[in-house]
Design a protein around this ligand. Sequence first.
Ligand SMILES: NC(=O)c1ccc[n+]([C@@H]2O[C@H](COP(=O)([O-])OP(=O)(O)OC[C@H]3O[C@@H](n4cnc5c(N)ncnc54)[C@H](O)[C@@H]3O)[C@@H](O)[C@H]2O)c1
Length: 337
Amino acid sequence: MKFTSILVTGGAGFIGSHLCEALLRQGRRVVVLDNLCDFYAPEIKAANLAAVRRVAAQAGGELVILRGDIRRPVDLERAFLALGPPAQAAVVHLAAMAGVRPSIERPQLYYEVNVTGTLNLLEQCRHNGVRHLAFASSSSVYGNNEKVPFAETDPVDQPISPYAATKKAGELQCHNYHHLYGISVACLRFFTVYGPRQRPDLAIHKFARLIQAGRSLPFFGDGTTRRDYTYVTDTLQGVLGSLAWLERCPAPVYEIFNLGESRTVDLATLVRLLGEALGRQPQLERLPMQPGDVDCTFADIAKARRLLGYDPQVAIEEGIPRFVDWFQENLPGAKIS
Ligand SMILES: NC(=O)c1ccc[n+]([C@@H]2O[C@H](COP(=O)([O-])OP(=O)(O)OC[C@H]3O[C@@H](n4cnc5c(N)ncnc54)[C@H](O)[C@@H]3O)[C@@H](O)[C@H]2O)c1
């Protein structure tokens, strides 16, 4: 194992906390940089970190948790200092303002965190000699791509939300630093990730709270919009695969990978599966399609299969009951917001 030390930005979040646990179990040293922002309750992120600490204690792994902001170069400097010798280090850059709809309300903030923050991070990689990076991009870069499934070679020049534009910008910034400074980058386009600890603003979590409480859920469009939902353990498998790929590549590389299940599920089916798992009949409040929302996401994962050994395992019929088990155990009286 070449990368003994990994910096995970956004390590207190949904995907980040799972990733930190997986890295510690692999015997790697983990440095977390997260500002615990209030995009959703910071208490949830603190609980995620407590779980990561427990895994570190069990696995006997070294864990450094730093509270800091990627918009502040001085905070990033501290994180890179904690990372140790650059030749054995890599970064997984997950810290971001996530979510499509809130980005329409606060485009400036999304730009500052996702674009300026990513630039700050790349500058630190450059100046500290850290040459390997996995960057969390998003399926949203495909916009309303009509060709399905989406391949990494499809044009992504027409984002339909500020969030999507910042993720595409992040991919371009990474390419820039690859070209100029020989930094190897895996840009990972995640497709709607769900599972334990899922962000409370995301549809599956939000719908589960409303169905559980017997309240009607906002049902946008006619139920035919489709998403490629990815169970979080499958996403992790892709992220870990990308680190192994970066470890294997002898020369600087830059590649983009789709990480989805390569299967689409319509909204009506998703709501039905959630209702079945919760044992309740969902009540629907029918609303028009939201600006910024895409009609369909559908990942072509042939490239990730080939280069990363990515092989997603959890179909939605299995993943939703697993999510509901976690939801009922952890949030029985979850508040509606
Ligand atoms: N969850 C999904 O379905 C999905 C889909 C596509 C892409 N992504 C991307 O994957 C990454 C992780 O997503 P997630 O769902 O775990 O989100 P999350 O909000 O749970 O995690 C992001 C973390 O980044 C931290 N953060 C935000 N701004 C920061 C800043 N300025 N400085 C330091 N830390 C900051 C947050 O506190 C949070 O803990 C994000 O980059 C997101 O855009 C997620």
